[in-house]
Design a binder for this molecule. Structure first.
Ligand code: ATP
Ligand code: MG
Length: 210
């Protein structure tokens, strides 16, 4: 059975945190391939801040072009054309039709594992994939980890939904797209936060400055 990772996100923009957890997942779970999947309509986010899907896909393609085993998936683009919100449960069902033989591994960060019950049809998500969760290093006041460790959240989801949830052996990396957008606005350096090709694209296209 092919083992296919899904690295989903708004990728506004994609950054080294996304690449790092996908790489860790690929190694630790011997994934044959990781699909980088920019979300079509991330309805939980402030839409004024989210760049068009084409731009987010372009940055994603630049970020992964030299990384073996990483591929861009534009499967959620059709949600934009149809004017519907993107739900991970729907995307997983589409993928099951495209490749019924594959085993899917959905890669996410701690904040997403704490929020996943608020996503559309979480039980259906758990039915169709294994979740691979990474710690996320953040300011303590923003972090739910202070009240509940990631392993406890994983165990809670296993018991409530019979979900398959695994924790990545990942030390954590303090990068977010929000911080990157702020830095661009302030004209600060992005060194080490995202691939250089993505940084050059952001500057050339004047993204995130308005
Ligand atoms: P924003 O600040 O706009 O929310 P983000 O940096 O959180 O952006 P998303 O596109 O929202 O990036 O995240 C996609 C997925 O990647 C989520 O599951 C998120 O938890 C995970 N992720 C993002 N950054 C990190 C990081 N530094 N460490 C671990 N996981 C991360
Ligand atoms: Mg986020």
């Amino acid at each position: 059975m092919r083992r296919v990772g899904i690295m989903g996100g708004t990728f506004n923009p994609i950054h080294n945190g996304h690449l790092a957890i996908a790489q860790k997942a690929r190694e630790q779970f011997a994934l044959d391939q990781v699909l980088f999947m920019p979300s079509g309509v991330p309805y939980m986010k402030d839409q004024r801040e989210v760049l068009p899907i084409e731009t987010r896909c372009a940055m994603t393609a630049l970020a992964i072009k030299d990384l073996p085993g990483f591929e861009l998936s534009e499967i959620e683009m059709s949600d934009v054309a149809q004017g519907k919100n993107t739900y991970t449960c729907d995307t997983l069902q589409k993928l099951k039709i495209v490749d019924p033989e594959a085993a899917y591994y959905f890669i996410l960060g701690a904040d997403s594992l704490y929020a996943i019950e608020k996503w559309e049809k979480p039980a259906l998500i758990f039915q169709n994939c294994t979740i691979l969760a990474a710690v996320r290093r953040e300011e303590p006041e923003n972090s739910q980890a202070a009240t509940k460790p990631l392993s406890a959240q994983a165990q809670y989801l296993r018991e409530k939904y019979h979900a398959s949830v695994e924790i990545l052996e990942f030390a954590g990396i303090d990068i977010s797209s929000t911080k990157i957008r702020e830095k661009v606005r302030k004209g600060e350096s992005l060194r080490g936060l995202l691939p250089e090709a993505v940084e050059r694209y952001i500057i050339a296209e004047h993204l995130y400055i308005a």
